[in-house]
Design a protein around this ligand. Structure first.
Ligand code: NAP
Length: 322
């Protein structure tokens, strides 16, 4: 630990020095931590606010190899964390707020007020749910508007809800919601789903699920809690008010890359750009998981990317020490 003394303000700033900091506590970050731990790098992992990333919000993960009966999303995060800790990874519930990439070692500032200098970084900060950006959405979030069926379905026992979106998330979460709600209406802007065949088949076969096609939500209405949505049919232009107790929004994600500034290369959607070796445009800075993957977004692909990024970081640090 290094101490910077600012005599003018009498502030003492403690600076931590690390070899490798991994930003993110989802499957990518935790897999990177496992591999870097096993390479004896003692990586510091800034988990963020929630262990397990978006996977933790999934009830049953049925496509992670090795778990024949499926596994609960929150459990995956916990298992990944314990395994990485076993090999010396240091876990902290803190969030990177900014990174100064102008000189190596790079400087990370965190929301808990830490200043961390590090030679190498693996960015695995994931993505967050995309908002509809319609009137009523912000005011009624937590009051009937939700972005996580697994978290909030319990509050909708014997109620009627709508699910917005036509992808895998919408159907997976919609199916989960049928465990509690009496009726789940999927509102999709086109007349065919984006979701995969298995989920589509299950959703269409579920008696509690209805579909409204070619339709978007224009406003979410309610006073203190959701009462209805105003829907617009994009083909006919017809507007209708549709009564509902809850609005679950699953229309994709946006990468958590705002804190990364302009020096690190990102694409037009904000995803971090990397090469096949998980290298970014900045020396010693690697990336893994959904922050740099708009295409696959699976626990298994993110975990694989995390492992690859850690192998590259290990090679890089070895080269640097030679
Ligand atoms: P997604 O595949 O991008 O689907 C987003 C859906 O929301 C699409 O149907 C899209 O409509 C709709 N949409 C987007 N913006 C909208 C807007 N402003 N208003 C209304 N509708 C809008 O997102 P996702 O479902 O979250 O899935 C993300 C990735 O995770 C995918 O690769 C998916 O396969 C994967 N995933 C997999 C599983 C699983 O394997 N079990 C589970 C969850 C997610 P259009 O179709 O018209 O574009």
């Amino acid at each position: 630990m290094q101490v910077n003394l600012d005599l003018a303000s009498n502030n003492v700033e403690e600076i931590r020095n690390e070899k490798l900091v991994i930003i993110g506590g989802g499957p990518a970050g935790l897999s990177a931590a496992l591999y870097a731990g096993r390479a004896d790098l003692r990586p510091l992992v800034l988990i963020g606010l929630q262990l397990g990333g978006q996977a933790a919000l999934t009830n049953d993960i049925e496509n992670y190899p090795g778990f024949v009966e499926g596994i609960n999303g929150a459990e995956v995060g916990d298992l990944f964390l314990k395994q990485a800790e076993k090999f010396g990874a240091k876990m902290e519930y803190d969030l990177a707020e900014s990174i100064d990439f102008s000189q190596q070692p790079y400087t990370i500032k965190t929301v808990n007020g830490q200043t961390i200098k590090t030679i190498s970084i693996i960015i695995a900060s994931g993505a967050s749910p995309r908002l509809l950006n319609v009137p009523g959405e912000a005011e009624l979030t937590g009051k009937g508007v939700s972005y996580c069926g697994t978290c909030d379905a319990f509050f909708f026992r014997d109620k009627e809800v709508i699910v917005v979106g036509g992808g895998d998330s919408a159907l997976e979460e919609g199916l989960f919601l049928t465990r509690f709600a009496n009726k789940v209406t999927v509102v999709h802007r086109r007349d065919e789903l984006r979701a995969g065949a298995i989920l589509e088949k299950r959703a269409r076969a579920n008696e509690k699920i209805d579909f409204i096609w070619d339709t978007v939500v224009e406003t979410i209405n309610g006073d203190g809690k959701v009462k209805s949505v105003t829907l617009k049919n994009l083909k006919t232009g017809e507007i209708q008010e549709f009564e509902t107790d809850g609005v679950f929004i699953f229309i994709g994600h946006i990468p958590n890359s705002d804190f990364l500034g302009d020096e690190l290369e990102k694409d037009s959607l904000g995803y971090v750009v990397s090469d096949r070796q998980m290298r970014t445009n900045i020396e010693g800075v690697f990336t893994a998981g959904e922050i740099s993957d708009p295409d696959f977004r699976q626990v298994v692909t993110s975990a694989g990317m995390g492992a690859a990024a850690a192998i590259q970081a290990t090679r890089y640090l070895e080269m640097k020490e030679e």
